[in-house]
Structure formats: C-alpha cells, structure tokens
Design a protein around this ligand. Structure first.
Ligand code: AMP
Ligand code: GLY
Length: 420
C-alpha cells in the first residue's frame, strides 16, 4: 500500500523507519520530512494543516493510508477531511483531538467519567482566577486552556508566582490559547507516559515511557520538548498500567463515544503515579516526541499493522508481540536550546554509525546542504538504541553519541537515571 506520514521531526522519522520494515508498505511519502527521513523515504512539501491540500495530495499520489504525526493537523481537522474523502487515516477527529487542544475539556471529560485527576477550576477572567489561587494556596498549577507548544503550564511554588502567570496568560502571552485558564491542584508522585491505541471502542496498550523534560542534568533548568526518553517505564508496572487502563483510559474512551465523538488514534496519557495509583496529568492525541522513537524501536514493523487495525476499527483482533527489551533515546540539541540557537552547523560522523534493529539515529531538526547534514532546529538528533537491559540500551545510545561530530551540539549525560 501507499502510505503518507504527516510531520517532519524525530517522531515521524521513527514512524517512517518502523512502517518501512513492514512488507505491506509499497511506497512511503513523508510531508514535509527532513534530511534523515529523505534518506529512507520520499519527502514532499505540503501544508499539513490544510485538510483540502492534504486530501488533494493523497488523491493525486494514490495514497491508501495517512498517518498524522503532530497535534496541529489533528486540531485543524485534517483527519476529518481525509475520512470524509474516504481515505483511511490514523489520528483522531478535531472533536476528539480536544482531549489535547483544550485542558478544560479534558477535565470535564474526566469528571464525567470518574477518571482520577487533579482538582481543578476554569476561569475567563483574571480577578476570579487570582481569588481562587489566594484561597487555595501554593504550590498550584496554572495552565492556558489551549495548545501552547508545551509552554502554557506554570507549576507555581508561591501564590505570587501563580498570580503573575494568570496575568501573563490573560495578557495574551499565549494568544487565544490563554483566553481561558485552568487552575489545578499540584500533584506529587512520579510521572510516566502510557500509550494506548483506541479505535473508538476497543483499547490496546502499546507501551510505556518516561521522558526528561528539563534541559539540564538532574532534571534542572528550563523545560524543553524532551531531552531523552526510555521504554518501558519501570513505575508503570503491569499492575499499575492495568489499573490506569481500567480507571482512566477505558472510561475516557467510553465517555468520548457516548458524546458522539469517538476517539480513534493513539492516546498518550501523562500520568502521575504515587503508591501504585495513577492520576491523569494530561492527554495528548498523538505519539510523544521523543517517546515515539523508543516505542517504534521496540515495536518495529508491527507498528503499521497496529495503526492500520486502529484506523479500520479492528483493534479487538490485535495483540502486541513484546520482546523483553528496553530502548533509550538521547536528544542532541543545538547549543542555546530551548532559548535562541543557531542553525546551519554541519554534522559529521553519521555515516559511520550502525543502523539496524538495535541502533538508529532519528533526525529531528535537520536539513541537507550540498550533500551534508546540517542542524536546522532546536532538537536536532535522537540517538536511539535497544538492548536486553536499559543499561545495555544506554551504553549503545551513548556509544553512538560519541561518534557524532558536532561541536555545537549539547545533550544530557544522565538519560534514564531514575530507572537505573
Ligand atoms: P502538561 O503540559 O499538562 O503535561 O504539563 C507539563 C508538566 O507540568 C507536566 O509534565 C508535569 O510535570 C507538570 N504538571 C502539570 N500539571 C500538574 C499538576 N496538576 N501537578 C503537578 N505537576 C503538574
Ligand atoms: N515529549 C513530550 C511530548 O511529546 O509532548
């Protein structure tokens, strides 16, 4: 079959790499792709948030199946446009994508189905929000309701900090995303990510992971999109995962169906776990980036069969074949990230690195210039490896990092510290 993947980061490189291992894939196009993806698939320029343009392209290229990587096209209704045109798509409708696009919506759904999450309230004006914070005390969490590229959350240590965040959000720092603000109880515990496929009725867990959001070693410094990840997450043991599935995920999927907006795609549940009990921090309606890289390294070619069954409503027939393995990815970023950083550094040494079922350098923000790979983003490379143990995966990943010739690149040396 002919397959189109939308997106151009490390997540989409990993999806492309896994899909290509499955003999069902005859032709793969990734839009827009990047320099690493271009080494394994065709890349095409396309406005991936324009449903009409995506449908037109898919028809022209005789695409049988579209996999949507990032949240923006989902929130913009690209899955709806493809479904209306009769093209098979992996990714939720815009109505179901509200589980990521509106934090207040997710909280409402949790309350309606009894899924455990932090106590919360939503506000459309600063004065009422500040009164609430003053009454609740700190620490407390202030969130812009809408999509803010991962930047719309402030975990405030003091009431003053929370009130400043409220002013900033209502002041337009996140545009329309901050027109409504959700204020939440601060939860303690260990965070982990749980990935579940849903075809609207059935659910199938496809893996767990933990990422490292802070730029600095020891989980210090500013937040980033993620500086590394590993799978599985030890804190999400089989028992803890089964309970989270029964208490959080299944009720959510049932509630979305009851509302007439069934959830179809991958549901990424960010959980806070304490004493073996999970509470929901947030949902994302896509794979995590870089969590997808470790999941794809472990799933390999079966990922395509799973995504197809999900899109076709056949998840009930499916199961995941697990090896008792571990994967880790180390993000190499441009110096300065998540603040301002330069672009255009030539990155050497990549050709000499192994590329097999246990080793892969996924490209996140790269471009090619005169035959060379150059840095073209904040997060640039996802150096990913698999092993029988997390320690082995770690040694392989950092061994590859050593081989990357990029003086302008920075990375954390402690990915996986919590689990090791
Ligand atoms: P979110 O974008 O909602 O995942 O929030 C980003 C990060 O803020 C999460 O990964 C948590 O580390 C933290 N966070 C969000 N909500 C809470 C909460 N209610 N209690 C504690 N930490 C939180
Ligand atoms: N790595 C976090 C995310 O994809 O949202």
């Amino acid at each position: 079959m002919n397959i189109l993947i939308l997106g151009g980061g490390g997540r989409e490189h990993a999806l492309a790499w896994a899909v290509l291992q499955n003999p069902k894939c005859d032709r793969l196009i990734v839009a827009p792709g990047n320099a690493g993806i271009a080494m394994i698939a065709e890349c095409a320029a396309l406005d991936t948030e324009d449903g009409e343009a995506v449908v037109g392209f898919a028809v022209e290229e005789s695409i049988d199946f579209v996999i949507i990587g990032p949240e923006a096209p989902l929130a913009a209704g690209v899955a709806d446009a493809l479904a209306e045109a009769g093209i098979l798509v992996f990714g939720p409708s815009a109505a179901a994508a509200r589980l990521e696009a509106s934090k207040g919506f997710t909280k409402e759904v949790c309350d309606a189905c009894g899924a455990p999450t932090a106590a919360w309230a939503r506000f459309t004006d600063a004065a009422a929000a500040k009164d609430y914070v003053a009454a609740q005390g700190a620490p407390i969490v202030v969130k812009a309701d809408g999509l803010a590229a991962g930047k719309g959350v402030v975990v405030a240590e003091t009431v003053a900090e929370a009130q400043a965040a409220i002013d900033e959000m209502f002041g337009g720092a996140f545009g329309a995303a901050g027109a409504e603000v959700v204020i939440e109880e601060f939860m303690t515990g260990e965070e982990a990510s749980f990935f579940i496929l849903s075809d609207g009725e059935s659910v199938l867990p496809i893996g767990t992971a933990q990422d490292h959001k802070r730029i600095g070693e020891g989980d210090t410094g500013p937040n980033t999109g993620g500086m590394g990840a590993y799978s599985p997450a030890p804190v999400l043991s089989d028992d803890v995962a089964a309970r989270a599935l029964a208490e959080i995920v299944e009720p959510t999927v049932a509630e979305m169906a009851r509302r007439g907006t069934p959830y179809r795609g991958v549901l990424y549940a960010g959980l806070m776990i304490e004493g073996g009990v999970s509470r929901l921090v947030e949902y994302n309606v896509r794979f995590g980036d870089p969590e997808c890289q470790v999941l794809m390294m472990r799933l390999g070619g079966q990922a395509l069969d799973l995504m197809l069954a999900c899109a076709e409503g056949r998840l009930k027939e499916m199961s995941v074949t697990w090896a008792a393995d571990h994967a880790m990815t180390v993000v190499m970023a441009a110096k300065g990230y998540p603040g301002s950083y330069g672009k255009g550094d030539v990155i050497g040494g990549l050709e000499a690195l192994p590329e097999d079922s246990h080793h892969m350098v996924f490209h996140a923000g790269t471009a090619s210039r005169e035959g060379a790979v150059v840095a073209n983003g904040g997060r640039v490379l996802n150096v990913t490896a698999r092993g029988a143990t997390l320690q082995e995966a770690r040694e392989r990943a950092y061994g590859m990092v050593e081989g990357v010739d990029w003086p302008g690149g920075v990375y954390r040396r402690d990915i996986g510290w919590r689990a090791l």
